[in-house]
Design a protein around this ligand. Structure first.
Ligand code: SAH
Length: 225
């Protein structure tokens, strides 16, 4: 009996250990090695349990250098891309952030540790529901999930200090630019179906828009209205 209990304990311990080792390796080899130095981003990537945001069937790949399917044609983004977009977004502790494309809720969980409030919109009802449930169970209390069409943003909760899109529109929806505060920043993959420009938009204090590209990426297209 004691041996059996001991074995089960060891198995449980190993399971946990495996994920934290895999996560550490992910941060060192995929994120730091590619030049991300922001200590806040690295800290959050080290502490967010990505394996709890993917379906059990792909849990063993949770810390691999790739996007993974999460059902309904959606994917959880590659860890490096999550870190890169978080770094580009530069959220401050006092910021209110809008995310379009909740998916698994992983990017929202990462941001929730770096900002004050996260509002996130998902168009697929089942994904919105499961992400809301997961985030509540994991006690990410400052994240609010809503099912809806991200093209319209979230007027009732606007304006936002930061806006992040994790599905790619052909061009940045105007309501989202309108819902950004002066001095705010929006990060989005923008362009055609298979290849997009990772676009950083700064709204100046005067309300002008400054855009630059931070490279090319591949995201799922945003579902049109
Ligand atoms: N950020 C997610 C990954 C997003 S995948 C994560 O961390 O897991 C892109 C998501 O955008 C998909 O779940 C897709 O259903 C959603 N999506 C696509 N078009 C949308 C739209 N118009 N409004 C809101 N969500 C949309």
């Amino acid at each position: 009996m004691a041996v059996a209990v001991g074995c089960i304990w060891l198995l449980l311990l190993q399971g946990g250990e495996d994920f934290s080792l895999a996560r550490e390796k992910m941060v060192t080899e995929q994120i730091e090695a590619r030049g991300i130095q922001n200590p806040n981003v690295l800290r959050v990537m080290r502490s967010t349990p990505r394996h709890l945001f993917v379906p059990p069937s792909v849990q063993f790949q949770a810390y691999d250098d790739r996007a993974l399917p999460i059902g309904f044609g959606a994917t959880i983004s590659q860890p490096f891309i999550v870190a890169l977009m978080t770094d580009l977004l530069q959220p401050a502790k006092t910021d209110r952030v809008l995310e379009i494309g909740t998916g698994s809720g992983y990017q929202a969980a990462v941001l929730s540790r770096l900002a004050r409030e996260i509002y996130t919109i998902e168009i697929v009802p089942e994904l919105a529901q499961s992400a809301a449930k997961r985030l509540a169970e994991l006690r990410y209390r400052n994240v609010t999930v809503r099912q809806g069409d991200g093209y319209q943003g979230w007027a009732e909760r606007a304006p936002f200090d930061r806006i992040i899109l994790t599905a790619a529109p052909k061009e940045i929806p105007k309501p989202l630019l309108d819902q950004l505060v002066p001095g705010g920043r929006l990060v989005a993959p923008v362009g055609a179906t298979f290849i997009q420009s990772l676009t950083v938009v700064d709204k100046t204090r005067e309300g002008d828009l400054r855009m630059r590209s931070a490279g090319t990426v591949t995201f799922l297209p945003m579902v049109p209205r």
